[in-house]
Design a protein around this ligand. Structure first.
Ligand SMILES: Cc1cc2nc3c(=O)[nH]c(=O)nc-3n(C[C@H](O)[C@H](O)[C@H](O)COP(=O)(O)OP(=O)(O)OC[C@H]3O[C@@H](n4cnc5c(N)ncnc54)[C@H](O)[C@@H]3O)c2cc1C
Length: 540
């Protein structure tokens, strides 16, 4: 039976689309299959609530992908040729604390430092130090992120060669709470930095989270909470546009249920309608590693792989409510009403520790110590009718409710209402009169939408020491090559993790192009080859 394509791609999240684009650039014909009716996974913009309101179903902020060479050097022409563009909102953040105080982060770091000085002059100096110190090592952390495991020196090696590497060796293994309490004195400033650290839903009180206050704060201070003009779906549209122009195909409404194996090699996939799609060269998956494992007989995978996947921690689930409104939330700051694309409510450090303990114990969070309020229409008005807004309220939450509460469908609207009322203490103008419509998604709804988001956890899972670098997703299989020959894995469960970074996608492309015998640097940054004519065609 002939192949349907050179490469079959199972799942069309932004990572696997990026992998497919680089393969298409090298001349391979890709066939991408996705379970949803649209591609993009967490990079989607849809009219979820009311016509004319383009809501980011999942991700809104794209700060991290902007330093990926795919955009930094525009290796695929997504910016030059496919209309992708970004806005850097200012202010960057508006964060309210339990006592009613608020802190504004501005793109101008001096202005942010002045704001921090309102709370503590020692902390203003510490904030400057945080930015300066991370600036000295950012190239190391960035190289680690955008290099596949085993394709360059380890993070430990690179830090070992840096003059201040010993400080970072300890700092990155501490918890964010320890790091923040060591550097900062005022409770508001500590709460702000822990709110920043929690952006990718990693517990802040466990070893290995110490780097997050640095990485997240530094990135935002450079490029704000960058948002794509038109919504997250614009990133997907640019990637699918590139694929279609380079001889590849995307087919939606196709849930992959089985891997096709011949002589121990993966030669394609089967979908829920019984169709089979065969690959001439390789299969690449962004199906969650736990689901992928179940798509081939158990004996196809070694015992160590089973152990690594069984013990993989899928991470912290989330709860989201989307509003269509006639006004943006106005935060009652010390300087008067203030709006921000990225805003929120931060608990005190002890509340954050408590929240993470509750999450670990699986206890429902009635009042999460971390709330994000996203209003992208403040700087990208085209996403809604004139003068109107989309507002998303996002919090961490547990997946499973205690029996006494019933299921999520009984609880979610009441809980969403409670979060809205809590927010009104800081943004009193967000009254019922300004709300035109809303939609609530519990962790169960999020998982139903996208099986890659197991338990409704959507940042790719725990990135702590047991699940990082050579141990992600399973020790021994961190370089995107799966134990079954011909099968590769990308997406948030692979190095360096989830969120909109594109790093797992580009890294998987580096590995595949290497295995296929290409000069990787030339293939990725040079001109595209005609579809169906890869310069090297060896199937290994
Ligand atoms: C409410 C919410 C808000 C978020 N906000 C942000 C944010 O502001 N910034 C940020 O960086 N991140 C954010 N995230 C997280 C971000 O969306 C994800 O981490 C990111 O999308 C992961 O990308 P991915 O390419 O690894 O996989 P995904 O985007 O999860 O894509 C996986 C794809 O595979 C498909 N799939 C899964 N199983 C199958 C199967 N069996 N067969 C066929 N197809 C399959 C899915 O349909 C999906 O299209 C948010 C997520 C949510 C839910």
């Amino acid at each position: 039976m002939g192949a349907n394509a050179d490469i079959v791609v199972a799942g069309a999240g932004h990572n696997s689309l990026i992998t497919a684009c680089y393969l298409a650039k090298a001349g391979y014909r890709c066939l991408v299959l996705d379970a949803r009716h649209i591609p993009g996974g967490g990079a989607a913009t849809e009219e979820l609530c009311l016509p004319g309101f383009g809501i980011d179903t999942c991700a809104t902020g794209h700060t991290m992908i902007r330093v990926n060479p795919v955009l930094l050097h525009d290796e695929l022409g997504l910016i030059a040729d496919y209309g992708l563009s970004y806005v850097e909102p200012d202010p960057v953040e508006q964060v309210a604390f339990p006592d009613g105080e608020q802190l504004t982060m501005w793109l101008d770091s001096e202005r942010t430092i002045e704001e921090v000085a309102r709370f503590s002059s020692a902390d203003a100096a510490a904030y400057r130090r945080l930015l300066d110190e991370y600036d000295e090592v950012k190239h190391i952390f960035s190289r680690n992120q955008f290099t596949p495991v085993g394709f360059g020196p380890s993070l430990e090696q690179m830090l070992g060669e840096h003059p201040r590497g010993k400080i970072w060796a300890r700092r990155r293994q501490l918890s964010a709470v320890e790091v923040v309490r060591h550097e900062f004195t005022d409770r508001h400033v500590q709460a702000f930095l822990l709110w920043m650290a929690f952006q990718v839903f990693q517990p802040c009180d466990v070893p290995g989270s110490g780097i997050l206050p640095y990485q997240q704060t530094f990135g935002r201070q450079q490029r704000s909470w960058s948002i794509p003009v038109g919504g997250s779906g614009r990133l997907t549209a640019a990637l699918t546009g590139y694929l279609e122009d380079h001889g590849s195909t995307i087919v939606c409404d196709r849930r992959v249920t089985r891997l096709l194996l011949e002589d121990g090699r993966c030669v394609g996939v089967e979908t829920d309608d019984g169709e089979q799609y065969r690959a001439g060269v390789a299969v690449v998956s962004t199906i969650h590693a736990k689901h992928l494992r179940d798509m081939a007989p158990a004996e196809s995978w070694p015992e160590e792989f089973h152990y690594g996947i069984d013990t993989y921690d899928v991470g912290v689930p989330g709860f989201a409510t989307y509003y269509c409104t006639t006004a943006a939330p106005e935060f009652a700051s010390a300087h008067g009403p203030r709006t921000a694309v990225s805003a929120g409510m931060a608990g005190w450090p002890e509340d954050v520790i408590d929240m993470n303990a509750h999450l670990r114990a699986g206890r429902f969070l009635a009042d999460p110590a971390w709330v994000l309020v996203a209003t992208p229409t403040l700087v990208d008005p085209g996403r809604a009718p004139a003068g109107q807004h989309t507002v998303k309220i996002l919090t961490p939450q547990v997946h499973r409710l205690p029996e006494s509460m019933g299921d999520w469908d009984c609880v979610k609207e009441e809980h969403a209402r409670h979060l809205l009322e809590t927010l009104r203490r800081h943004a009193p103008n967000l009254t019922d009169e300004v709300i035109l419509g809303h939609l609530t998604k519990s962790p169960a709804d999020i998982e139903k939408l996208n099986p890659h988001m197991i338990n409704g956890a959507f940042h790719g899972g725990n990135r702590g020491p047991a699940f990082s670098g050579p141990l992600r997703p399973a020790p021994g299989w961190a370089s995107h090559r799966m134990p079954i020959p011909g099968l590769y894995q990308t997406g948030g469960s692979t190095h360096p993790g989830g969120s909109i970074t594109g790093a797992p996608g580009r890294n998987a492309a580096i590995v595949m192009l290497t295995d296929l015998g290409h000069d990787v640097a030339q293939s990725m940054s040079g001109p595209a080859l005609p579809a169906g004519q890869p310069s090297v065609t060896t199937a290994h």
